[in-house]
Write a protein of this length. Structure first.
Length: 219
């Protein structure tokens, strides 16, 4: 999806939700920020630095991590090996601390440290994708459709984790089709339609308008 007229800012410690129907352009925006698709006009600034044309690995070194749509772990590697790869550029003591932290967040992953990622359930793969992003000590974590394909119980579990990360003052950019859940955790919201941002504001401000809820939020 080609996107245009997309402009927003995210402050440290905030959670911004980008919501909209499938095909609205949410993933394209996230991939552009991570450097996975080329930006033809405009700029992307991170901590005041223009990263518009930086390679993805350089953005990762600057502290940007992504939880991609569909999780996509390294299938033939174990849970632990997936995490160790993600922590390669983190100081040893800090990596150890963060490993312990993510296993506290995701006890099921701790039980499956030696299992190949391809043997995990869909929910467990999503947990691994989030854990993998977290062990890299990110300054910004980008999450793309974390609830996609999960049963309602696991969706609730994922958003409880996001709430915990928010309490840790992590800076989070979340693209999500589940508008209701996305608004519940957000500090601010951008609504996308046909490749553009058509609305933005505080979640409650959007929810207070019946017209907006029906026209754009599917509520």
């Amino acid at each position: 999806m080609a996107v245009n007229d997309v402009s927003f800012s995210l402050n440290e410690g905030e959670l911004l939700s980008i919501v909209g129907a499938n095909g609205a352009g949410k993933t394209s925006v996230l991939n552009a920020i991570m450097g996975l698709v080329r930006v033809h006009s405009g700029r992307i600034l991170f901590n005041g630095v223009d990263i518009t044309h930086l390679e993805p690995w350089k953005r990762a070194h600057m502290g940007i991590s992504i939880v991609p749509e569909g999780a996509r772990p390294f299938a033939d590697m174990s849970v632990m090996e997936n995490l160790e790869v993600a922590a390669m550029n983190v100081a040893k003591a800090e990596a150890k601390r963060r490993m312990e932290w993510v296993f506290e967040l995701f006890p099921r992953l701790a039980e499956r440290k030696k299992q190949p990622a391809k043997t995990l359930s869909g929910g467990e793969k999503q947990m691994l994708a989030i854990a993998r992003a977290l062990v890299g000590s990110p300054r910004l974590i980008i999450m793309d459709e974390v609830s996609l394909g999960l049963m309602p119980r696991l969706v609730n579990e994922m958003f409880k984790i996001i709430e915990k990360l928010k309490q840790e003052k992590l800076t989070i950019l979340l693209a999500e089709q589940n508008t209701k859940k996305a608004l519940q955790v957000a500090d601010k919201v951008c609504v996308m339609q046909n490749g553009s941002i058509v609305l933005e504001g505080k979640p409650q401000d959007l929810l207070d308008s019946e017209e907006i809820k029906k026209a754009y939020l599917g509520i």
